[in-house]
Design a protein around this ligand. Structure first.
Ligand SMILES: Nc1ncnc2c1ncn2[C@@H]1O[C@H](COP(=O)(O)OP(=O)(O)OP(=O)(O)O)[C@@H](O)[C@H]1O
Length: 981
């Protein structure tokens, strides 16, 4: 490559000018300006795209291809086969893009759009990225929602030249890269699963009067790990299921995508929506290809699949085949994800509870980030999957809790396991890359190190087990760690150097002593170097030039170099017959000899042989891994589970969580509960202790089949005895926090984690609904109130007596009486019909009357104290209803201008008076002095009374404080003191 051009490329990293590759086939005959640096400005090139469009000539018609030069015809043919992808066209050390693809990629990547040659009389817009930075650019295009077809050179340009000087290097697309089919480490987030999901809507069975909205089958595969799951769900549960799976890409038929709701759900998740032909959803084909992938004759061993599930599986396997150009991923047997297995949480509730992402869309601030103590990427993915899919089966939940509990008790074992896991590489992703033929020597080493880690973990667990009984879950994990014979581990350890290089191309990863022949040729190579050193000494003596050197570069190979001043004797007899002149530089002259060329040849062939032996060894090792792919998948899954379990134990220890009692009752009894995220945030901000609260939703008037458990828990209920708690309290008192914390405790308990509480008993929930905080959905033409009503309708239509419902301020976005009536009727329905356990926060004080009418409704409020016209939040839940809302004090705290606050007080006083006097609606308001709002309010006299600091001290109960809470309380007191001074 010309020096200037190389520099230009290095500067930008991306393409500036046409490459001078050894491939002369590309657009050779059109290359008017090749070799000159970026002659086209972005504007020129952009207009070139327009010109092509302006000619009205579609690029890839058969006649356009027939008229084109051979190299252009090759490009157009490949492009015609992949019209929906950006085509990355390999030319030497660059991937290049042409025509509209170039314009799109240049804009997206922020690289220069240039031009290269002409087509149909128009400039061809072009941009390119260097191969060594391909991953980085690929990632940006995929993130922006593009699909990329990667066309590689399938032969050496020298091969092509043998067919004639004008022949074109063979190229073809080796892979389509789409958001759901990436495997490269650099393109993936280590902590996030990347699902490709096939969505299939089977035709609704025409059952007279059924009115069924049908169902959906979903099959999901993470091809970077081989993880697969499949299930069928009711149409109403689709948004929640999509939110649970959080796929990177959803493939489905045009018909399903035409449904604006379905498309909207997919897009809102940030997933790509890819249409595929209906024919992909073929259940017979799906069954056959699943059997082929799993190498089984019958699927019975993996459970029974519905035809719809097989159709979804068929589509996903076909799409993988298509995008991977026939390369087979190493798939794990599919997990069933039917709706009976998991606690169903709809999409709106998932978002409102901020389970895996906060309201702003980040991981930070979510429950997941607050509880994640994993030390490996695969452990983090497992933890996220558990959190997204809490269980319903009490036995499975308790099995997980047993394992977590055991590791809490075994501090040393936990520390040793976590230290061992810390060094564990991502076996699943490494194995997957190897089975796609994209693996590197580092992936081989990842399998080697992963196996060593698995063996170490199994030893640790089993040694421990000889003392105290290991829970079943950990026994299973330990035995899974031995799913691959030690031979593979020994083979990889013997074959690989400790820290192998990233690229297999250059060799250097096989350990000396592993293969005798490789050692021999390596020695030959080394010897050659020794012989060259000897030759240099000989030539110094022969020529008498002491500064003579034998050097090497990539263009000349080995050569003899002397300074200009010393060159003369070598150019004259007798030396000239031996020393052949090669190059004259400004300060040096270069020569070669027959002897040097021979030795160079020997070294080169030894290098070549060594390289090819290393490639053979790589292939052997990759094959051995491929043969153990099932066992490796099991080991990877077990390591991930172990990491997640140990991390939950670590969390429970660090954060002082307790083991929840999860059973089949309808009890919901949380004592001393805390909000896991707010608690940590308050601590990080040194903003005082989190005030713990009880929540006891006893299912009085029970219809449970499990009455014995009910009775067992009856003694645990308090004076707040009801399955619906109506929470009233001032703004900012902590209502939303209280509501959410109870939902989060339930989620944590059912995922098999310890919970932030002093004690917790939860009768396993079937569904969890949380409607906290309003949002509008203007994109779908829905106002805040409409969204709220749609979500409330979904809750009332789906909740059962096994569900937990969290509702915050239903009905506030409309006229007071309408909103109040809706809220009233909703509570009645929850109480009388659904008999769900529910927490209902409201500012409608009228609703508190319901507690007198409905046996299962209990009023609770969040305590505040007034002090000198200000309000102090105690955040403590207590029996009873709030007497007022303190909205104006909160508004004052928020910094509303004093004039507005004063005026609001006046309006409030009049409204209250008119309400008491039952005067006409506006009568009171009309009495207000005009322009009062503009008058600055006189500060109220300072009444004598306890200070905020004193109040805080008053409510503190030293006997109930844990050491940490005491420390936090001290910070809080210091803060109040600081505020006062
Ligand atoms: N139990 C608690 N202990 C300590 N601080 C708390 C507690 N509960 C809430 N807070 C703090 O109070 C703030 C307000 O809480 P929250 O948003 O739950 O109030 P709210 O009653 O729902 O308010 P609004 O009615 O205005 O929506 C929280 O951000 C948190 O910092």
């Amino acid at each position: 490559m010309a020096g200037k051009e190389a520099q230009a490329k290095q500067r930008t990293g991306a393409y500036l000018a046409a490459p001078a590759t050894d491939d002369n086939s590309g657009f050779a005959e059109d290359q008017a300006g090749i070799g000159t640096v970026a002659e086209a400005a972005t504007g020129d090139a952009a207009s070139a795209v327009t010109h092509i469009a302006a000619t009205g000539q579609p690029l890839t018609t058969p006649s356009a291809i027939a008229d084109a030069s051979p190299s252009m015809a090759q490009f157009l043919e490949i492009k015609a086969a992949h019209p929906d992808c950006l085509l990355w066209y390999r030319m030497g050390d660059f991937y290049e893009l042409f025509f509209e693809d170039a314009a799109i990629a240049a804009a997206c990547l922020g690289i220069v759009l240039t031009k290269r040659g002409k087509h149909a009389g128009q400039d061809i817009p072009m941009c390119g990225v260097p191969v060594h930075r391909a991953d980085e650019y690929l990632q940006r295009l995929i993130r922006a929602g593009h699909r990329v077809a990667v066309a590689e050179q399938l032969e050496d340009p020298a091969e092509a030249r043998k067919r004639g000087s004008k022949s074109v290097v063979r190229r073809d697309v080796v892979r389509l890269v789409t958001p759901g089919t990436i495997t490269e480490e650099a393109l993936l987030d280590a902590k996030v699963r990347n699902y490709l999901t096939a969505l299939f809507r089977p035709p609704v069975q025409a059952v007279a009067g059924s009115g069924s909205a049908g169902s959906f089958a979903l099959a999901s595969v993470d091809i970077s790990t081989g993880e697969m799951e499949v299930g069928e769900i009711a149409a109403a549960d689709l948004p929640g299921e999509l939110a649970r799976l959080a796929p990177g890409e959803v493939i489905t038929s045009d018909g399903v995508l035409a449904d604006a709701d379905v498309r909207g759900w997919i897009v809102r998740l940030g997933a790509a929506a890819t249409p595929v032909p209906n024919a992909y959803f073929d259940s017979l084909g799906g069954e056959a290809s699943l059997k082929k992938h799993l190498k089984v004759a019958e699927l019975g061993g993996f459970g029974s699949f519905t035809r719809a599930e097989l159709a979804a599986l068929g589509a996903i396997l076909k799409y993988i085949e298509l995008t991977q150009m026939g390369q087979q991923p190493a798939l794990r047997p599919p997990k069933r994800s039917g709706s009976d297995a998991i606690l169903l949480i709809d999409a709106a509730s998932r978002a409102s509870l901020e389970l895996v992402r906060s309201a702003s869309g980040d991981r930070q601030g979510s429950l997941l980030s607050a509880i994640d103590r994993t030390v490996t990427g695969s452990g983090a993915r497992e933890l996220a999957a558990r959190l997204a899919s809490p269980l319903r089966d009490v036995a499975r939940i308790n099995a997980r809790l047993d394992a977590v509990g055991y590791l809490i008790g075994q501090e040393n074992l936990r520390a040793d396991l976590r230290a061992a896991l810390n060094a564990a590489p991502d076996i699943a992703r490494a194995t997957s890359r190897l089975s796609f033929g994209r693996g590197s020597p580092r992936d081989l080493a990842a399998v080697r190190d992963g196996l060593a880690c698995a063996a170490r973990c199994a030893d640790l667990l089993e040694n421990e087990a000889s003392g105290i009984g290991l829970p079943e879950e950990l026994q299973r994990i330990a035995s899974e760690q031995r799913a691959v014979t030690p031979d593979l581990s020994a083979m990889l350890t013997d074959a690989l150097v400790e820290d192998p290089p990233h690229l297999k191309r250059d060799g250097g990863f096989v350990r000396p002593g592993y293969r005798a022949e490789l050692d021999d040729v390596r020695r030959l190579k080394e010897d050659g170097r020794g012989v060259i050193a000897g030759l240099e000494a000989k030539y110094v003596e022969q020529t008498g030039v002491k500064s003579l050197k034998v050097r090497h570069n990539n263009i000349l190979g080995y050569f003899i170099e002397v300074t200009q001043g010393n060159a003369k004797p070598l150019l004259e007899e007798p030396l000239v017959s031996e020393f052949r002149h090669r190059q004259t530089m400004a300060s040096a002259v270069r020569f070669t000899t027959v002897e040097l060329s021979e030795i160079e040849g020997r070294i080169a062939s030894a290098s070549e042989r060594a390289l090819s032996l290393e490639q053979e060894i790589f292939a052997d090792l990759a094959r051995a891994i491929e043969a153990s792919v099932d066992g490796l998948g099991r080991i990877a899954a077990a390591l991930a589970e172990l990491d997640a379990t140990a991390a939950l134990a670590e969390l429970a220890r660090e954060e002082d969580y307790v083991r929840p009692v999860v059973d089949n009752s309808r009890v919901f009894d949380i004592r001393g509960g805390r909000h896991p995220v707010v608690e940590q945030a308050l601590r990080a901000a040194k903003a005082g202790a989190f005030i713990e609260n009880d929540c006891v939703l006893s299912a009085s008037g029970s219809i449970s089949e499990d009455d014995t458990t009910q009775i067992a828990h009856a003694s645990a209920t308090t004076e707040h005895d009801g399955n619906i708690w109506l929470v009233t309290g001032p703004n900012m008192a902590g209502k939303s926090t209280f509501l959410r914390q109870n939902a989060l405790i339930a989620v944590l308990a059912q995922m098999g984690a310890y919970v932030p509480a002093r004690s917790a008993t939860i009768g396993a929930l079937d569904r969890l609904f949380s409607r906290v905080g309003a949002s509008d959905d203007l994109a779908r033409g829905r106002s805040t109130f409409m969204v709220e009503m749609v979500e409330t309708a979904a809750i009332l239509n789906q909740a059962s007596d096994r569900s937990l419902v969290i509702l915050d301020e239903i009905g506030r976005g409309t006229a007071t009486f309408d909103g109040l009536s809706i809220a009233w009727a909703t509570v009645e329905y929850l109480h009388d019909v659904l008999r769900a356990r529910a927490l209902f926060a409201t500012h409608y004080h009228e609703l508190t009357d319901l507690a007198r009418r409905l046996a299962g409704v209990v009023n609770v409020t969040i305590d505040v104290r007034e002090w000198q016209d200000d309000i102090v939040f105690l955040h403590k839940v207590k029996s009873g209803a709030a007497d007022r809302s303190y909205g104006i004090q909160v508004a004052k705290l928020a910094g509303l201008p004093a004039g507005v606050v004063g005026r609001a007080r006046e309006v409030l006083a009049l409204l209250e008076k008119s309400e008491r006097g039952k005067s006409s609606r506006n009568g009171g308001l009309d009495d207000l002095p005009l322009f009062a709002a503009s008058q600055p309010a006189t500060p109220p006299p300072q009444p004598a009374g306890p200070t905020a600091l004193e109040l805080a001290l008053d409510v503190m109960q030293p006997d109930e404080l844990t050491p940490r809470a005491a420390l936090d309380a001290i910070y809080r007191l210091k803060m109040l003191r600081a505020e006062r001074s």
